[in-house]
Ligand binder design. Sequence first.
Ligand code: EUG
Length: 624
Amino acid sequence: MDAVGSLEETPNKRMQFATSRHVNSTELERNEEREKYSGVPVRLKQEAQVARDRLLSNRTLPVSRPRKKPVRLPPDVSLEDFEAAIKEIQGAIGDENVEVNDKPLVDGWYMQHPNTHDAFHITDQEELVSSAVVYPGSTEEVQATVRWANKFGIPIYPISIGRNLGYGGAAPRIPGGVVVDLGKRMHEIINIDAENASCLVEPGVTYFRLYEEIQNRKLPLWIDTPDLGGGSVLGNAIDRGVGYTPYGDHFANRCGMEVVLPNGELLRTGMGALPGPDGADNPTWQSFQHAFGPSIDGIFSQSNFGIVTKMGMQLMPAIEHQSYCFTFPRDDDFEQIVDLIRPLAQKGILGNIPQLRHVIQELNVTGRRKSDFHDGSGPMTREEVRAAAAKLPLGDCSWVFYGTQYGPSASIAAQLEVIKSEFFKIPGSKFFLPSDLPSDHYLHDRSLVCSGVPVLRELDWLNWLANSGHLFFSPIAPTRGKDARTIHEIIVKAHERHGFDLFPTLCVAGREIHYITNIIYDRADANMKASAVKLMREMIKECAEKGFGEYRTHLLFADQVAGTYNWNNSAFMRFNESIKDLLDPNGILAPGRNGIWPKRFRGKGWELKADDIDLSSIGPRPEK
Ligand code: EUG
């Protein structure tokens, strides 16, 4: 594993550390440690190098700048108490496993991502920053960290790998919170059970590593990976991320969890609650999700009720597969495409969750810059997209459907005949296999992802603008043409109002669509970032008015999104708050994450609501 390249471009970067009081290891040593568990596999080294060089060549911002402000302290904690707290946690888990965040912030790139702040800062880079990072090395040390946080009243924000990019990355919601980076020292693949087709992993196990390990052991098993392979298997599942084999619903394919509660107590869910013989883990922990009694796993997903330190995942036996795509000529074919997908998906004829993309993504997934296709500011026109798409392998079209079928070849052939006969009802639609397209076409990468091989291709989007950051808007709509059109029109108009290109990727299941849009902005352009905030705020609001809500969101929009789930006087949030206050009376565990605030912070001005457009300073605001 390799993090691919150093970002060391400013020769005097080390000098800027002069104000630093606690430097436990140098930047380089840290990178080496990280490579071991969080780097790219050898097979992707070359590709990663190319991706990195291309991204950095499109960066005009310096690698880092001197910090404008001193270390951001946790709320209500004096410098003196903070220093005492740091000493104490160093004593508990080792000096070298605690770092104060007083060095220049480095956004890095996907493989060398920061755990100090949001690399894709949507507000000022120094706003969503931690005061320190701690690296527990065991479940016991996670418990010790939690007890320490309770003692000092310090908010802690656990991350697994921290590549939740587009949703806030590794950043704490409260500036000055302490990031608990679990991945660095807790990255064991505890077990791969070939017969049961399952694994048990710690937070720091990435898709890349799990995949490589299964290949090394020559096991006929697939993992399920999202579009990018550097994330945490456990972290993505508890954030309810999505992949593209038949096991694509990651949280649905979990099996058994181990959780440190906010009071430091340790809990196992599912069959893990029943001790195995002679102190061993329960033999059916990774076999049966539900066990006996209430199913509580769900409350540890997209919450802040516990720190998941182990998770079981079911793995899919390897099988033959065939990826393909269809193109559709007109923007207005959209409704009919969605209505054709619905029965195919409900009947299980479509093999995975397919992606329906607008043709503009054929441009940006080549890794080329917007400026290659468009002069000046403002979004690309439809004519410009058309002219550029005409020169690409799929040609001038509007929508592209990327699907994959699974099973013995005769079965795949029969499935494809059914699917073709449906999609060919749309005049002018075309069908492509990977063999019909050049070797660098995106369909070849889809083919890998849809058979559980983690890749990096989707990073190429980020060359669109200089210093590109991105933010996902991720609402759920019914799989029905007219609903899909309603949501699409809201999103189109909002993007037009704010001058952004629209990049829709729809993950279409039988009953619902994850409509993912990737808002790309220049991190050096404060106005564009402010516009992206307004765009998000308006889309969340307008979609909610039609009954469409987000499945996941960036830290800074979590309050607004959570606030839209307000049926019956916000019964759902009141229930969450009851659990939060019961489990975490001191409010130390990830306050504000997923919009859940503990009593200590609730209603004290920390919430960022629909009308909070100015995010230039994150902290308690006067109540309006
Ligand atoms: C994507 C999909 C997601 C998500 C973020 C990005 C895909 C991008 C289905 O969920 O949350 C190509």
